[in-house]
Design a protein around this ligand. Structure first.
Ligand SMILES: CC(C)(COP(=O)(O)OP(=O)(O)OC[C@H]1O[C@@H](n2cnc3c(N)ncnc32)[C@H](O)[C@@H]1OP(=O)(O)O)[C@@H](O)C(=O)NCCC(=O)NCCS
Length: 210
């Protein structure tokens, strides 16, 4: 731990360490890190599966874990460079998803195809500096247990999707989703919510100004 702190507190050592671990100008680890370091640091649950055409842009100094019987399908990208990516048990990350940490996905979640979750935003406020040179901000995305996210959806930084909620296909979710609620559209709005008294999913009236 003392060594890690020493590296973190010394800009020169930090630059050198990052140079040794990462491909310069690319947000991905060097091959030796992927083959010889990451497998010993990142947790993989029993019977979990990462398809071989998944792109694992994972660094050893942030957490990446995949739970029991969870699957990451082909053409997906996992990036934990700016924050941990934690995926629970029996969760499916469908084809061509892009997961950029910090984010946490619970158990029994279904993620369809072409979904982007990014816990990272680029800084843009200073108009005299290109956006690519401004510091990034991060806010953790949380997807609770039993959620279903429809194809081609985008979930922005800091959003929490409550238990057993549904995100309709093609949604852009910018605000928290309550549990047992279906949201859809851009920006996503509640479409239906479960009523525990009647045991039914009832339509939610659109806001008056829409
Ligand atoms: C949300 C979904 C599950 C339908 O749920 P449902 O309970 O049957 O909802 P309904 O069809 O009764 O639609 C309810 C309302 O939501 C709207 N709605 C449905 N899907 C929507 C979407 N993707 N975006 C925006 N609004 C949508 C409907 O137009 C309807 O609006 P209205 O009340 O004004 O008529 C389905 O539309 C969907 O998006 N599925 C995702 C499919 C997918 O991604 N599959 C990939 C394989 S896992």
């Amino acid at each position: 731990m003392a060594l890690v702190d020493k590296i973190k507190n010394s800009p020169g050592l930090k630059r050198l360490t990052l140079h040794l671990l990462l491909v310069p100008r690319e947000a991905r680890p060097r091959r030796w890190v992927s083959w010889l370091v990451n497998p010993f640091l990142h947790q993989r649950g029993r019977q979990s599966l990462i398809r071989w055409r998944t792109r694992l842009d994972v660094v050893p100094f942030n957490k990446f874990s995949l739970g029991y019987q969870s699957i990451i399908e082909d053409f997906s990208t996992i990036n934990n460079g700016m924050g941990a990516v934690i995926i629970g048990d029996r969760t499916l990350v469908g084809m061509s998803n892009v997961l950029i940490g910090p984010l946490r996905i619970g158990n029994d979640v279904i993620m369809a195809q072409n979904i982007v979750l990014s816990g990272l935003n680029h800084g843009y406020l200073d108009v005299k500096i290109p956006i690519r040179d401004q510091p990034c901000t991060t806010a953790e995305i949380v997807v609770e247990d039993e959620v279903w996210i429809g194809a081609n959806s985008v979930i922005t930084a800091g959003v929490r999707i409550g238990r057993h909620a549904v995100v309709a296909g093609g949604s852009v979710v910018t605000k928290d989703v309550p549990p047992y609620t279906i949201v859809g559209g851009n920006p996503a709005r509640p479409l239906k919510a479960y009523n525990p008294e009647t045991g039914q999913w009832l339509r939610v009236a659109p806001p008056a100004d829409s």
